[in-house]
Ligand binder design. Structure first.
Ligand code: GDP
Ligand code: GDP
Length: 454
């Protein structure tokens, strides 16, 4: 969204630059090359109250006291005004009204842009109003006495200026969450999709640059927008029966790659098959958030223990997704189908979560104090100097240690479990990087990290 433009106009030496500096204090000047404009105009970002705008100083436009209002000058000025939401014309109160002020005013009266008249160099509050009074005759409305140097009167001027800016555009809508419904053929993906969207999809948007039959569906749930990826692929009926061993796994891999969160659909009647494991492995490898959806729950004969027993059995084969929540659904009856979104929303939030270095190190110290790092045969013991979260999506941590080789898989898994126990991250995989570092460097780095996160 382009910011509204405020044009500053006036003869040389009336105080335009001084006023611009006051508006744009501490902001860097941004120089835009405007094609088709003879002189590059300089824009700076200005702000007042809760508004931000771009200020263009027409300092390059010279309105001489006695020179005619030259056509090329007029053209430059017109260009500056054409894109402005409001113009501020500045006059010099100490010098009083001049012929050039009058010719500028005459030109401005013919413009459609709203104009505010500032009479600068009015340091004295008593005399200011009197000094400004003679500028009423310019026919540009109320003259605002200001002192660009001292700041007197500029608040009133800026308040008036804000009333001429277009209303603040709505905050950019958040990107929809990309949800991929993943699973072998016949587990019930299309049925789940239909249960969610109905036969008619809310919005269908073919995405440019992808295969033509990739169709994403956007819906709203849990106060968020969701893009259901590749719903054409989900819905496509298989015209050829390739047998149970074949299915287009690459299409699923692509959807996993594109998504924020996966709903991995398992058929409760089949249990976890090798293909389910391949998909699950890919989700973990790609670092995607995930919800395990165990479908066709209506078709299972059950008592009050069945769900817990079933979950245990399924999880034993999906141990690498032990962080993913599991839901038992029926696309047929609609049972818990809507819960997929509530659970997925939490997973996405965790996937994007960042924790401070000091919290990470509290957890690490706790972990080490419960269970010391392993010692090598030669008697060297592993030491964890410190850890820090280096990325999100998925949350990734680098652990600085004396020698990564001293930390075997068992201990690494233990540390990951401890991080989860201490910090949660339900529904999101974690990545841990073990890196060797000299103790002195590590201490320095830690001090720097902690200073940064406070
Ligand atoms: P521009 O040519 O219109 O950009 O004007 P400048 O901002 O460069 O200012 C021209 C001169 O007027 C400088 O010497 C400033 O110090 C002076 N000036 C600017 N604002 C004020 C003000 O509010 N009061 C007084 N007394 N002098 C000012
Ligand atoms: P997809 O290939 O994964 O999209 O699976 P479909 O949605 O086409 O479903 C495959 C078969 O399973 C169809 O005969 C569905 O009627 C059936 N099915 C899907 N969901 C359920 C469910 O929740 N319960 C039962 N009993 N059958 C289901």
């Amino acid at each position: 969204m382009a910011l509204p433009v405020v044009a500053i106009i006036g003869r040389p030496n009336v105080g335009k630059s001084t006023l611009v500096n006051r508006l744009c204090r501490s902001r860097e000047a941004i120089v835009h090359d405007q094609p088709g404009v003879t002189r590059d105009r300089t824009y700076q970002e200005g702000f007042w109250g809760d508004r931000t705008f771009r200020v263009v100083d027409t300092g390059g436009l010279v309105f001489d006291d006695d020179s005619e209002f030259l056509p090329e000058i007029r053209e430059q000025a017109n260009l500056a005004l054409a894109e402005a939401a409001v113009a501020v014309v500045i006059a010099d109160g100490q010098q009083g009204l001049t012929a050039a002020d009058q010719s500028i005013a005459e030109w401005l009266r013919g413009q459609s842009c709203p104009v505010l008249l500032a009479v600068n160099k009015c340091e004295s509050p008593d005399q200011g109003l009197a000094m400004a009074a003679e500028f009423w005759s310019l026919g540009l409305g109320e003259p605002y006495p200001v002192s660009a140097i001292h700041g007197a009167g500029t608040a009133e001027l800026l308040d008036a200026l804000l009333t001429h800016l277009p209303p603040t555009p709505e905050v950019e809508e958040e990107e929809p969450i990309q949800l991929a419904i993943i699973g072998r053929p016949n587990v019930g993906k299309s049925s789940l999709l239909n249960a969610v969207c109905g036969e008619k999809r809310a919005i269908v948007s073919p995405i440019r640059g992808t295969t033509r039959d990739t169709i994403d569906t956007t819906i709203e749930r849990e106060g968020k927008r969701w893009k259901l990826l590749d719903t054409a692929g989900i819905r496509r009926r298989r015209s050829v029966d390739y047998g149970p061993e074949y299915f287009g796994i690459n299409r699923s891999f692509k959807a996993i790659e594109r998504c924020d969160v996966c709903a991995l659909v398992i058929d409760v009647l089949d249990g976890v098959t090798e293909q389910d494991q391949r998909l699950a492995g890919r989700i973990e490898e790609d670092g995607r958030a995930c919800v395990i959806v165990v479908n066709k729950w209506d078709a299972v004969e059950k008592d009050s223990h069945t769900m817990a027993a079933m979950e245990k059995e399924l999880r034993a084969k999906l141990y690498f997704l032990d962080w993913a929540p599991m839901l038992f659904t029926s696309a047929l009856s609609g049972q818990r189908v809507e819960s997929i979104f509530a659970v997925a929303a939490v997973a996405v939030e965790q996937h994007r979560r960042r924790v401070s270095t000091s919290v990470v190190n509290e957890v690490l110290q706790e972990a080490v104090s419960w269970r010391s790092p392993p010692t090598s045969r030669g008697g060297r013991q592993g030491r964890i100097y410190y850890g820090t979260q280096v990325a999100t999506r998925p949350p990734s941590f680098t652990l600085f240690v004396n020698d990564p080789k001293l930390f075997g898989d068992t201990y690494r898994r233990y540390v990951e479990r401890q991080i989860r126990e201490g910090l949660g991250f339900e529904g999101s995989p974690l990545k841990l990087f073990w890196r060797g570092k000299q103790q002195r460097d590590a201490e320095k780095e830690l001090a720097r990290q902690q200073a940064k996160s406070h």
